[in-house]
Design a protein. Structure first.
Length: 231
């Protein structure tokens, strides 16, 4: 199934750019947004005014039928995710939640109204398998795990309201796998052979998953292979 008009938030990152490129190659009109972009393409997840301004550009246009939030935060340079509760800090917790949970929620606030009243449409945000509470057996990565779990709950809650307001649309979280990007680079040595994906491969798999999703899948989290990840 092809998409007519899409917005990709985080389109300057590895996965976001690959998603936008793949969509354009399939004939979709793509609107790209990122904090590193300028002019109308500028969007900072920690600045609601920039999110609202980006969404306002589409109010008089044809509806978007796909909105992708391809952003994420795991660590700053020189500091990895917490391995011990002694490493917990207000700053890292706040930063993870601001980008991984609050930001996508604010994108939903301003972009979900742009989906058509009728007809198939989708909203998806990149999550992570480590956001699954039931699957957490290793511990660690406190801020990242908690913020992605919060994102999954937000997606679930958004899907309930979306079903009332736009019954043909769905809202999901997506796990892209471990992708060869700056975010995952410090942790790639532990990735099993064949499980480190290129951004292009992951993007194509995610788009394949989205092509087969519908309203019955709304509110859930799926991985790059289309398998549901337990909450």
């Amino acid at each position: 199934m092809s998409w007519r008009r899409a917005a990709v938030i985080g389109a300057s990152g590895g996965i976001g750019k690959a998603l936008a490129d793949r969509l354009e190659a399939a004939g979709t009109t793509v609107h790209r947004y990122a904090r590193s972009m300028s002019g109308d393409a500028y969007l900072d997840l920690t600045d609601e005014a920039s999110i609202e301004a980006a969404a306002r550009l589409h109010v008089s246009d044809s509806p978007l039928d796909l909105v992708l939030v391809a952003t994420g935060y795991l660590h700053e340079e020189g500091a990895g995710p917490e391995k011990d509760w002694r490493h917990l800090s207000v700053e890292e917790l706040a930063r993870n939640f601001a980008i991984n949970a609050t930001g996508p929620a604010l994108v939903a606030k301003h972009f979900l109204p742009l989906l058509p009243r009728e007809g198939r449409a989708g909203f998806a945000a990149l999550s992570a398998r480590v956001g699954s509470i039931s699957d957490n057996r290793l511990g660690g990565w406190y801020s990242y795990r908690a913020s992605k779990a919060a994102l999954n709950q937000l997606i679930r809650t958004l899907s309930v309201e979306l079903a009332r307001k736009k019954p043909d649309a769905f809202c999901v979280a997506l796990h892209p796998g471990t992708v060869d990007t700056e975010l995952s680079e410090p942790f790639q040595s532990n990735v099993p052979e064949g499980k480190l994906f290129t951004a292009d491969y992951s993007a194509q798999r995610l788009l394949d998953v989205l092509a087969h999703l519908g309203t019955g899948d709304s509110g859930r989290c799926f991985d790059w292979a289309g398998k549901e990840i337990a909450p």
